[in-house]
Design a protein around this ligand. Structure first.
Ligand code: THU
Length: 164
């Protein structure tokens, strides 16, 4: 039997100090931190704010919205993306910042799998990367130049093939 072939994905994230970020990134991150106070997270106590910038310059925010029926809740990232999509259908998202005042370490403050998939589809639709800027409290800021860094080997619509 022949040995399996290896296919490898590379993942590269940058770590920044908040003060050193380029001004547009810092502005967006500030909006995400401001949004944190509007989160509805009575069950986890983990408040998250998201802010995205559209190509027309408009900034849209979202916060996590929990529910007593736990799976019915929604992450901040998706609230912001779906809100943007419903207000400005087809408008490209340039960047998305996510912030929290929760107790996570910067290494584990990272979009969940479901949000990665949704961010990925937004990227696919607009054929341009979405810059991601993440910070939990005052820890280092994680910056990625697109969702591919977080979701290699992703499922794409063309994977549906003729079943679409
Ligand atoms: N949460 C987000 O809103 N975004 C993330 O990136 C991580 C997790 C929310 C979901 C839930 O309301 C709470 O944080 C705890 O998981």
């Amino acid at each position: 039997m022949s040995a399996p072939r290896k296919i490898q994905a590379t993942c590269a994230l940058e770590l920044w100090d908040r003060e050193a970020l380029p001004e547009p990134d810092r502005e967006l991150l500030n909006a995400a931190h401001e949004a944190v106070t509007r989160a509805y997270a009575p069950y986890s106590g983990f408040r998250v704010g998201a802010a995205l910038r559209l190509e027309n310059g408009v900034i849209i925010t979202g916060t996590n919205q929990e529910n007593a029926a736990y799976p019915s809740g929604m992450c901040a990232e998706r609230v912001a993306l779906f809100h943007a999509g419903s207000l400005y259908p087809g408008m490209a998202v340039e960047a998305l910042a996510v912030a929290s005042d929760g107790q996570a370490q910067w290494e584990s403050f990272s979009p969940c799998g479901g949000c990665r998939q949704v961010i990925h589809e937004s990227q696919q639709r607009q054929s341009a990367p979405i810059r991601l800027i993440l910070q939990c409290r005052d820890q280092p800021v994680t910056v990625a130049d697109g969702i591919d860094q977080y979701l290699p080997f992703s499922f794409k619509a063309d994977g549906l093939g003729s079943s679409r």
